[in-house]
Design a binder for this molecule. Structure first.
Ligand code: IVH
Length: 662
């Protein structure tokens, strides 16, 4: 249904409400496609009526042009930092200092999110600017990037004349892992931890790149507010929630410092299960009255302290180094470690990322090493402990030849990675196949690394499309493959042919295109042929598809080898269309059109095709169920019938408008 322009603000409110439900409450009310449709309608209305566009419109999250450099913003209220506590004793001392001055001491204990501190300014409910902490007095203006973070409201749910808040922008652990894996595949330098990754993403001059990274936020402090009085930190957190901010749900009110300490103990155990990294607990005096009495030093307030968890580091031995070839040909060293329990799991392997790092850290086989988990998830060697060497240790050198196929190893300009450039390298093929068949991609149950290993080694599969040539006889010839398993696997391969296009796009392993972007892309590019036709500029118009992704897609589909793979898959009967469900959610979905008279700009057949492309249906006769009659020159009786039944009649201009704007 198309909304009239008088609905424009209502539409914005609806979209804001759905964003809030989805991103903050994690409890969406409508499907992604329905949300996209609402957004599309709003965009169309704003395009047609640019005078009605507002800066707090949900369409304005990714709109800004890339910057040359960031401006600076002077913080009205300086952004202080915190003193640290490392033990129960430090907490008790802090408590004593407060009790000496104050009659009433109680606390809010909050998770200390390991991200980037930001300050947001709202005027009359609208986000005016957003800045990094900087030196505490002056920060960088990162407003255009902050706007891309969906948990940050562009408009508050309750309007006050002025509000300044502070919070943390962070990168969830899963996104950190995804981004680093992607960087590794591209031979690029990886981020050391989610905090650096968040900071790096926030400091992109092109907001589209920030939008590609799934950043999130927690807001925890009211720096300044007009129009309301806040008496405690607990009340501040609730008020922030009411305004529509994402506030961490784990904050706990504590009567005394022992309760605070118990909370830190609980969290020290729980932290590895959280989807984001925390490095401690921030302990804040709850009553605001006490805060002003305690005051602050130049650097930090006297009413709060950061309790830091001890760094989780363990010593172990590097037993060996395995050299692996990834699906993009990147050759990376993996450490084989004496198993050790750290940050919630037992670790026996760790990526060493690239040979430069190994040399820089002078890590040798046989060394005692210190390990940790970057971002609480990726096991890594921090350093070797050369003082414990016996002289038996072996230096690690990059291979000159691919360990799998023996081709010469190359290093491209500007890359830290060594690569095997042989596209037929069995190691690359195996990785690609495992990825192709994985659950997030074509979901071929039973096609794991062990089966793939055999399929490639036996010569049964030399390229991805060969999977669809397999038959019972061939499969049974594999080790440990019984009749029943072979049949199941064959059925799973057969079933995978029907997967919707977004799964195939994911499975192809296009650089920078993961499952999420594949889904976004196939909402608009519903046939594989659309991917061959689309330009970088057109791709860049799609929300959340940034320039790097656009470039990767165009390059991928221009590459003859990839074209060949797709042709082969097509020949084998693999589905190349997005699923019906998505078809139904196209802009003209379920709309019935009747065409009458002659159109100037296209034939009737072309018009019908254009309607069907957008999900609409064509009928030859007008009834009450008809949504639109398109009337060209010299329309027939259908025109009169439409008028009689009150069906909307579109002239050619209106019709073209509908096609372009939908
Ligand atoms: S309160 C004056 N609360 O930790 C109040 N900070 O070491 C200062 N942080 O720079 C901040 N989670 O970036 C506060 N719940 C939380 C926090 C938090 C993370 C960061 C913040 C600050 C640093 C202090």
């Amino acid at each position: 249904m198309n909304r009239p322009v008088s609905d424009i603000e209502k539409l914005r409110e609806e979209l804001r409400w759905h964003e809030y439900r989805y991103y903050v409450l994690d409890d969406p009310l409508i499907s992604d496609a329905e949300y996209d449709q609402l957004m599309e309608q709003l965009k169309n209305l704003e395009e047609a009526h640019p005078e009605l566009l507002t800066s707090d419109s949900p369409t304005q999250r990714v709109g800004g042009q890339a910057l040359d450099k960031f401006g600076s913003i002077v913080h009205r209220v300086p952004l202080l930092s915190l003193d640290n506590a490392f033990s129960y004793k430090d907490l008790q001392d802090f408590d004593q200092r407060l009790k000496k001055e104050l009659d009433e001491v109680s606390y809010m204990a909050e998770l200390k999110i390991d991200g980037v501190s930001i300050a947001l300014v709202y005027e009359n409910g609208k986000l005016i600017n957003a800045a990094t902490r900087g030196d505490g007095q002056v920060g960088e203006d990162v407003t255009i990037n902050i706007k891309t973070i969906k948990t940050i409201p562009l408009k508050l749910r309750i309007t006050v004349p002025r509000l300044e808040v502070r919070g943390e922008v962070y990168m969830p652990k899963g996104e950190f892992l995804r981004l680093n894996t992607e960087k590794e595949e591209k031979g690029e330098k990886i981020f050391a931890n989610p905090r650096n990754a968040a900071a790096g993403s926030l400091r992109q001059l092109n907001p589209r790149i920030t939008a590609e990274r799934s950043l999130a936020s927690f807001i925890y402090d009211i720096l300044y507010i007009e129009g309301r009085e806040i008496l405690t930190q607990g009340e501040a957190l609730q008020t922030l929630r009411d305004f529509g901010f994402n506030v961490n749900p784990q904050a706990r009110y504590c009567e005394d410092i022992d309760e605070v300490f118990n909370f830190t103990e609980e969290l020290a155990k729980e932290r590895h299960n959280l989807p984001y990294e925390i490095d401690g607990v921030v302990v804040k005096l709850n009553p605001y009255a006490g805060r002003s009495l305690m005051g602050q030093t130049i650097r930090s307030p006297r009413w709060a302290i950061a309790y830091k968890f001890p760094a989780e580091e363990k010593e172990t031995r590097l037993l060996d180094v395995e050299v692996n070839v990834g699906r993009t040909g990147v050759i990376a060293p993996t450490a084989i470690l004496e198993p050790v329990f750290i940050a919630g799991t037992t670790v026996s392997r760790a990526s060493m990322h690239n040979f430069d790092l190994v040399a820089e850290k002078d890590i040798r086989i046989g060394d005692r090493v210190l390990i940790h988990k970057a971002g609480d998830i990726i096991p890594e060697i921090i350093k070797s402990l050369p003082e414990q060497r016996t002289g038996e240790e072996r230096i690690i050198i990059p291979p000159e030849n691919c360990p799998t196929c023996g081709s010469g190893v190359v290093r491209l300009d500007g890359e830290v990675a060594f690569r095997c450039e042989n596209i037929n390298c069995p190691a690359r093929l195996k990785e690609s196949l495992v990825f192709f068949a994985s659950r997030g991609a074509m979901d071929i149950e039973g096609m794991g690394p062990a089966v793939v290993e055999q399929l490639v080694n036996s010569g049964l599969v030399n390229k991805v499309a060969d999977l669809y040539n397999l038959d019972l006889e061939k499969l049974i010839s594999l080790d440990r493959m019984g009749n029943k398993s072979a049949q199941n696997l064959l059925q799973a391969i057969e079933d995978s042919k029907k997967r919707p296009l977004h799964r195939l796009i994911t499975a192809l392993g296009i650089r920078n295109i993961g499952a999420k972007s594949a889904r976004i892309l196939t909402q608009q590019l519903i046939d594989i042929d659309d991917f061959f036709k689309v330009s970088e500029e057109e791709l860049a118009q799609i929300p959340e598809i940034g320039p790097i992704m656009a470039d990767s897609i165009v390059k991928f589909f221009a590459e003859p080898r990839n074209q060949e793979t797709i042709t082969h898959l097509k020949q084998k009967g693999v589905n190349m269309m997005e699923e019906k469900l998505v078809q139904r959610e196209l802009p003209l979905a379920n709309k019935t059109f009747v065409i009458t008279g002659t159109l100037k700009s296209m034939t009737r057949t072309q018009a019908s095709e254009a309607i069907q492309d957008l999900g609409g249906k064509i009928s030859s006769s007008v009834s009450k169920k008809t949504d639109y009659v398109v009337a060209g020159e010299s329309p027939g009786s259908k025109y009169d019938k439409a008028a009689e039944l009150g069906v909307s009649i579109l002239d050619e201009t209106q019709f073209l408008d509908k096609l372009n704007r939908q």
